[in-house]
Design a protein around this ligand. Structure first.
Ligand code: GCU
Length: 345
């Protein structure tokens, strides 16, 4: 049963009213504005306090506290304090962490169809990606498909454009990738993508990448400018090359157990806040990317154009193969093409 449908129809079958009081695995016990106990949801985040998703998480907490008369609030744990994404998501699924931001590829191990938004050169523009992520009807089945595994997807947000960076040389053609050991997020699609681009893929959690670059276990990675700069990869891999190969969303996840444990009015108030948080996290990202690039340049990073067309050509058959695997993916792919036409680069 999909939670959104339950909420919309007002059915209470899955709602356990007692859980809000006992905190549903969250830390609780502070006095709330209403004079009762406050439930504090933990929000796990793998990056710094400067990141738009950190701000958006804090803002969600403030607005939630107001909307529930102090019965709920959120504490954001940045910098992988609660662990790397692929570990934290298991705790979210079992309800010991209530909220997290996660990169799209991590969700592929729960439902492979999430791959549709993680494929190279799929979105032509920020506006196109946002139009798709904000289309609730289009995403309804996908976003609720892993609730039986304990995970509810609240929203997808824009998380920049990913490019290749490394410590050896500027990449200007696929040939320059030869022999470069490149970190990817943990999914088969990401491994396959780097192989087709000409490199050697190595999946790992973000927090392990800096030292792997420093010791030479990795030659490079692929990410947006904010991550490159904020996690200080620009100190150890100074060639940042604009392959522009990915525009992968991040998702705000809530533990299905925690969501079901909220009393109905509080849960509705919480869910009503999500669209504005989605907008906030996404739009703030654009300036943040520009500032991060400037900061990395000041530190000596070298940015170059990598001629995306040659990479795109190598990756197109992969995209077609993944997108045509079933009807659900075909429907989403058609919608993306329409969104691209309406919102060109
Ligand atoms: C981006 C993305 C994160 C992801 C990270 C990564 O920064 O926003 O969600 O974890 O890339 O490459 O692991």
């Amino acid at each position: 049963m999909k939670l959104s449908k339950v909420i919309l129809t007002g059915a209470v079958g899955v709602v356990s009213l007692s859980m809000a009081a006992c905190g549903g695995g969250s830390s609780s016990g502070e006095a709330s504005g209403g004079g009762g106990e406050q439930t504090v949801f933990k929000l796990a985040f793998n990056q710094t306090e400067e990141h738009p998703q950190y701000h958006a998480g804090e803002e969600l907490g403030k607005r939630l506290e107001e909307a529930t008369d102090g019965r709920y609030s959120i504490k954001v744990y940045p910098n992988e304090q609660l662990g790397g994404q692929s570990d934290v998501i298991q705790n979210l699924a079992n309800g010991t962490v209530e909220l997290m931001w996660v990169g799209g590829p991590v969700l592929e191990s729960y439902n492979e169809d999430f791959v549709v938004y993680n494929l190279p050169y799929v979105f032509d523009s920020y506006e196109s990606q946002m139009a798709i992520l904000q289309d609730e009807e289009l995403n309804d089945d996908l976003f609720h498909s892993i609730e039986d595994k304990g995970i509810t997807v609240l929203a997808g947000v824009h998380a920049g454009i990913r490019n290749i960076y490394n410590s050896k040389r500027p990449v200007t053609t696929p040939d320059d990738m030869a022999g470069l050991k490149i970190r990817v997020q943990q999914s088969d699609s990401q491994v396959k993508m780097i192989e087709l681009m000409g490199g050697v893929a190595s999946p790992m959690n973000l927090g392990e990448v800096y030292s792997a670059l420093q010791t030479g276990v990795l030659d490079g990675a692929e990410n947006n400018e904010p991550t490159y700069d904020a996690i200080k990869h620009d100190e150890v891999a100074k060639y940042y090359s604009y392959t522009k190969h990915l525009m992968i969303p991040d998702y705000l996840l809530v533990s299905t157990k925690a969501l079901e444990g909220m009393d109905e009015a509080d849960r509705e108030a919480f869910l009503a806040l999500i669209p504005e948080i989605q907008e906030l996290a996404s739009s703030e990202f654009l300036d943040y990317a520009e500032e991060s690039k400037q900061h990395a340049e000041e530190l000596g990073a070298q940015f170059n154009d990598a001629g995306a067309a040659a990479f795109k050509e190598k990756l197109t058959p992969m995209v077609e193969e993944y997108m045509s695997a079933n009807e659900a993916r075909q429907t989403i792919y058609a919608a993306i093409k329409e969104a691209n036409q309406a919102n060109p680069a």
